[in-house]
Design a protein around this ligand. Structure first.
Ligand code: PEP
Ligand code: MN
Length: 354
């Protein structure tokens, strides 16, 4: 249930409705919008009787929420969420490019790649310090040292950095060092990790699970928002299918579906979808054409000796071509705007408890 307040409702009236909801044993979550405040009723086991709230001062209407996801749904917030990562905005109508190696391997490797991708047009640097690997014998990442290197990259290039928190144990550490925390595909339904991310003061990028439906993915995002963190980005990275011509199958149809169902921004990772570099540029073009808010791309200056995902990592020159090729496509999809315009003024209401 969504209790929609009148445009002229006062703070006292909003507080009064919150109190009335909580008196009934539910949790109330006010969602400030451009025009009016809506208050989401959470933790109800079954339908909520609208008549409890309709007569209260300042209440305009009460709308039943038809989806299992509430806070992430467009019904509860018609306006797009803008996520703030360092000084950047993602989801504000510009295209945000996140790029870097799969894993941080050394300071020299990270800084070299960061300089390349920044020059080519990347806005945010990515790199795993803790790596979720299929084999326990594969490189697991540099751990805390990797986080220190990421901080160095930020210092040297000015780019915000994103890296994965593979479990609750490392979440605090990752949250302290990174500008954005990634929750990987394998952890999309790690509910205790999602709850921890919900209490974070940093933005979170939530990758789609290996075989998750869009609804399951949105429900995972609901866990994070339910914890109070409104700064969530969804990342489509391909799902497992019968196809064996690529590592996964990039499900670009999820982008318009997410944008219809949710106000959260959605980006595309063509690298983990493809698993091979020759598909990454065409898939990136398609992702921009379908209306993604951004891309996350793996780049390595020496992919043949990369410690993970070398086969799908672009050479720096290829990444440069990618940025050149997507620019005109983005201009067609979002006329009047181009790359590099995403340093717009921050909007109010960021972070916890929005
Ligand atoms: C990654 O981005 O490094 C990664 C492991 O991705 P995913 O969780 O999508 O496999
Ligand atoms: Mn990778």
């Amino acid at each position: 249930m969504l209790v929609v307040m009148d445009r002229k409702a006062t703070q006292e009236e909003v507080d009064g409705v919150v109190e009335a909801i909580e008196r009934r044993g539910y949790v109330a979550r006010p969602i400030p919008g451009g025009e009016r405040v809506a208050i989401c009723v959470l933790h109800n086991q079954g339908p909520v009787d609208a008549s409890y709230f309709l007569g209260l001062p300042g209440v305009k209407e009460a709308i039943p929420v038809t989806h299992p996801y509430k806070l992430v749904s467009r019904e509860s917030q018609p306006e797009d969420t803008v996520v703030h990562i360092g000084d950047l905005c993602l989801g504000n109508g510009t295209l945000t490019i996140i790029a870097g190696p799969c894993a941080i391997e050394s300071e020299e490797q990270a800084v070299t790649i960061a300089r390349h991708v920044k020059r080519a047009g990347a806005h945010i640097f990515r790199g795993g310090a803790f790596k979720p690997r299929t084999s326990p014998y594969a490189f697991q990442g540099l751990g805390e040292e990797g986080l220190r290197i990421l901080a160095k990259v930020r210092e040297e290039t000015g780019m915000p950095v994103v890296t994965e928190a593979v479990d609750r144990e490392v979440f605090d550490l990752v949250e302290t060092h990174a500008d954005m925390v990634q929750i990987g595909a394998r952890n999309m339904q790690n509910f205790s990790l999602l709850k921890r991310a919900g209490r974070s003061h940093k933005p979170v990028v939530l990758k789609r699970g290996l075989s998750a439906t869009v609804q399951e993915w949105l429900m995972a995002a609901e866990y994070i928002m339910e914890g109070g963190n409104t700064q969530v980005i969804l990342c489509e990275r391909g799902v497992r299918t019968f196809a064996d011509h690529s590592r996964n199958t990039l499900d670009l149809s999820s982008v318009p579906v997410v944008q219809k169902e949710s106000h959260l921004p959605v980006i595309v990772d063509p690298s983990h979808a493809a698993g091979r570099r020759d598909q990454v540029i065409p898939l990136s073009r398609a992702a921009v054409a379908v209306g993604a808010h951004g891309l996350m791309v793996e780049v390595h200056h020496a992919p043949e000796s990369a410690l993970s995902d070398g086969a799908q990592s672009l050479y720096p020159q290829q990444f440069e071509s990618l940025c050149r090729e997507i620019d005109p496509i983005f201009r067609v999809v979002r006329p009047q705007r181009g790359l590099g315009l995403n340093k717009l003024p921050k909007v109010a209401g960021r972070g916890l408890g929005r």
